[in-house]
Design a protein around this ligand. Structure first.
Ligand code: SAM
Length: 249
């Protein structure tokens, strides 16, 4: 089964995307040191938008969030564009994102141990623009032909979950308008469960992205953004994602 269709993973992503720091660490041994943890650990789904794109000319016309999961970055983009589309391969994730868009409050589980959970609630962020936002199920390697062109394209932690990432790279020049911006974030965790060895970058991921993109995009800057995902009270994943901003020539 696609892991991103599992209820447990849905709950993990709702906590990751929508809960404030105190809810993420609550009841965990990390709670005692939470004050010393960098704010950035808890801001990834918004930071890939606000820390990476040049948003000085907002509002833009159109933004696209590929591999949007439960939609936090999509809602963040809705503050800076008149129309935003979030696309994910997981029906479960898209249904949750769309329920939030429609104003529903969602109950989800925060795990205290691997087999024990408590219930939290979430709703769409107050400053999001749900009317400007739409979510749809789709495959980032086979996007519909009539998707059109975008001022801002965002794909966070998606590339190394694709079986053929090159197919997305090939489509990007068509998706991003001339002068438009592209943010690609990847923790560079290439796994054969998702990407066969022959479809993975042969060397450093950034070299692979440069080779695939530089005829159509200028690389503006690269930084590492951290993220902390709670699986349960005693198990957190701390990773960083190599995040690059590109401008379409
Ligand atoms: C590691 S999660 C990252 C989600 C989110 N962007 C974030 O940064 O938290 C990878 C996401 O990519 C989605 N995904 C995997 N393969 C996909 C594909 N072929 N097309 C679109 N989305 C895909 C998964 O369903 C999942 O939501």
């Amino acid at each position: 089964m696609n892991p991103y269709e599992q209820a447990r993973v849905l709950h993990t992503y709702l906590l990751f995307h929508y809960a404030p720091r105190e809810h993420i660490v609550a009841g965990s041994p990390l709670e005692a040191v939470a004050g010393s943890l960098d704010d950035a650990f808890f801001q990834f789904p918004t930071a890939t938008v606000t820390e990476m794109f040049d948003l000085g000319r907002a509002p833009y016309d159109r933004a696209l969030d590929l591999g949007c999961a439960v939609g936090r970055s999509t809602f963040e983009l809705s503050k800076y564009a008149r129309e935003v589309i979030g696309i994910d391969y997981s029906r479960t994730f898209i249904d949750a994102a769309d329920a939030l868009r429609c104003g529903r409050t969602l109950a989800y589980h925060r795990y205290t141990e691997s087999h024990l959970a408590e219930t939290l609630m979430t709703r769409v962020p107050d400053d999001a623009q749900p009317v400007a936002t739409q979510f749809e199920v789709g495959d980032a390697m086979d996007l519909r032909d009539d998707l059109g062109h975008f001022d801002l394209v965002h794909a966070a932690n998606l590339l190394c979950r694709l079986s053929e990432p090159a197919r997305l790279l090939e489509r990007l020049p068509d998706l991003v308008k001339p002068g438009g911006q592209l943010v690609l974030a990847t923790p560079t965790t290439w796994l054969e469960d998702y990407t066969p060895r022959e479809a993975q970058p042969p060397g450093p991921t950034l070299d692979y992205l440069r080779a695939g993109l530089e005829s159509d995009f200028e690389l503006i800057r690269v930084t590492d953004l951290p993220f902390l995902i709670r699986e349960h009270a005693r198990k957190f994943q701390l990773s960083t994602s190599q995040t690059s901003l590109w401008r379409r020539r």
